[in-house]
Design a protein around this ligand. Structure first.
Ligand code: ATR
Length: 299
């Protein structure tokens, strides 16, 4: 693969990441690798925005910046500064990709389609599946909406604070009542402490809390090895560490375990496709994934 920062000249188009902090982002590796593969005169840079998000977005637009990724803590706040938000992103309540149009940026959410593409590639099928979501924050809610949209048969949300899991389930049933004619999934909210009540062995477990994230590598949402027997596969949305304690416990139960790095890859690829009007091939995606692993020193 070519060196990913190409020659910068008067025609170079710029995209970037807005967040706080941004020092550890993997996105420049994704986008600059893709630009090199496509031979596009394109560069992607991090922008550390400590405050003044509105000025940052308006300034980026005035500077003719082609597109932006938006990360923590701005994914919801940014929506008020856009000319339009895509319906799915609106429903999720979070935007991670801005696309330049006449009059302003349009906001999209590529995180959930990114997760979906990653799961598909890993052979994990949400359609007709029993989906067990651990956590009930913004990410868990988005995953629950994705599972419902993709036709999961059962969706259970397991969370320390039961009320938050119940709120998501109530919202899901309202959304489903509006959009589905028949075949709505079975919905369930459970407190984390009552995981033993779950029937077993067919759940696709999706770990959507920050428990176990670097540097708390040894933390895990449920320690009991018996719980992991109830899973068919385990997906941790964390990618640092590369193998979380949750994944280790899933593997110890003899089930396949995946981290969130591929979701990160595909959210980036979908953003790149939106900005540049190209289609990234499977081969190219693999090459970018290798570059990401190299950056993480997990080759
Ligand atoms: P995000 O928007 O990124 O999803 P969040 O809204 O802060 O983040 O949600 C974090 C989730 O992780 C919550 O479901 C939280 O549980 P509570 O709803 O009970 O707060 C869960 N979480 C965080 N730390 C936890 C811990 N130590 N044990 C169990 N659950 C935890």
């Amino acid at each position: 693969m070519k060196e990913y920062i190409g020659q910068i000249n008067g025609r170079t188009r710029t995209c970037g990441l807005v967040g706080n902090p941004v020092e550890h982002t993997m996105s420049p590796v994704i986008h600059n690798s893709l630009a090199a593969m496509f031979g596009q005169n394109f560069v992607y840079v991090p922008f550390h925005v400590r405050d003044g998000l509105q000025e940052a977005i308006e300034g980026a637009y005035a500077l003719n910046i082609l597109g932006m990724n938006v990360t923590v803590p701005y994914k919801s706040e940014v929506m008020q500064y856009l000319v339009r938000t895509d319906a799915k992103a609106e429903q999720i309540g979070a935007v991670n990709t801005l696309v330049r149009t006449e009059g302003g940026y349009v906001g999209y959410n590529t995180d959930m389609p990114g997760l979906y593409r990653a799961m598909e590639e890993d052979g994990i099928c949400l359609c007709g599946g029993q989906v067990l979501i651990l956590g009930a924050g913004g990410v868990a809610r988005a995953v629950a909406l994705l599972a419902a949209e993709k036709g999961a048969e059962k969706i259970c949300i397991l969370n320390r604070t039961l009320g938050k899991a119940q709120d998501i389930i109530t919202e899901l049933s309202e959304v489903l009542a509006e959009t589905k004619e028949n075949g709505t999934p079975e919905l369930l909210a459970l407190p984390l402490s009552e995981y033993e009540k779950l029937g077993g062995e067919e759940w696709i477990g999706i770990q959507a809390t920050s428990v176990g994230m670097f540097p708390q590598n040894e933390d895990v949402i449920i320690k009991d090895a018996g719980f992991y027997q109830k899973l068919k596969a385990g997906y941790d949305l964390i990618f640092n560490p590369y193998e979380t304690k949750f994944m280790k416990l899933v593997k110890a139960a003899g089930k396949p375990a995946y981290n969130g790095l591929k979701m990160l890859l595909y959210q980036g690829i979908i953003a790149y496709e939106l900005w540049n009007g190209v289609a990234v091939t499977e081969e190219q995606a693999k090459e970018v994934f290798e570059a990401m692993k190299k950056e993480m020193k997990v080759q």
